[in-house]
Unconditional design. Structure first.
Length: 200
């Protein structure tokens, strides 16, 4: 089954063509390496897939659909940290999971589960402003996975972090894949891509 199918995708900003008639498909269970130099259109494509940008032409289908249902099955780990410094780690995960419609005991359970997965369960009452760069990156991942998405997009998730946190994140990507997640992974670190990805 195709988790993601892109056909003839084009995005222009004025006269500049950021994405030029791109097509690709990603199968269920893949870790797909999405590579390109700075300015090649990776982030633009990711923003279109996640619904943050509209394409000038072409189609994007997630799980065979182009709908709210499809968007609800995406988890996004952006390159720029998407966490709130004035909320605790637990409150951050609860907030983002709540955007996907989780409520009550299920929301609390999923937030705790996500923090445990990234190894921050003992930091759940602490504020990200006191975290190391690696811990913030791991919290970023927890916020993206609490709703159990089918497709996870990771945009350079190991930029600027220590080796221990980097290894933790790489192993987490593998575990998420083993749990049934399809992953789009962008990185400038070729050894990461070689270690993780089945197709590039």
């Amino acid at each position: 089954m195709k988790v993601l199918e892109i056909k003839n995708l084009t995005k222009k900003f004025g006269d500049f063509i950021a994405v030029d008639n791109m097509s690709l498909s990603i199968e269920d269970g893949e870790i797909f390496g999405f590579l390109g130099a700075n300015g090649a259109g990776k982030s633009t494509t990711i923003n279109i897939i996640s619904g943050l940008l509209r394409a000038n032409q072409g189609t994007v289908e997630i799980l065979g659909k182009n709908s709210k249902f499809a968007k609800m099955n995406i988890g996004m780990v952006p390159q720029d940290l998407a966490i709130y410094e004035d909320l605790t780690a637990y409150e951050n995960v609860r907030f983002f999971a709540g955007l996907y419609g989780l409520r009550g005991s299920e929301l609390n359970e999923r937030a705790n589960e996500a923090l445990q997965f990234v190894g921050l369960e003992d930091k759940h009452k602490e504020y990200p402003k006191n975290f190391s760069g690696g811990m913030k990156r791991r919290l970023n991942i927890a916020c993206a996975i609490a709703h159990r998405p089918k497709l996870i997009i990771m945009d350079e998730p190991t930029v600027g972090i220590d080796p221990h946190s980097r290894n933790y994140i790489l192993n987490s990507v593998r575990k998420l894949n083993e749990m049934g997640c399809t992953i789009i992974y962008t990185s400038h670190y070729m050894e990461e891509v070689e270690y993780l990805c089945e197709r590039i």
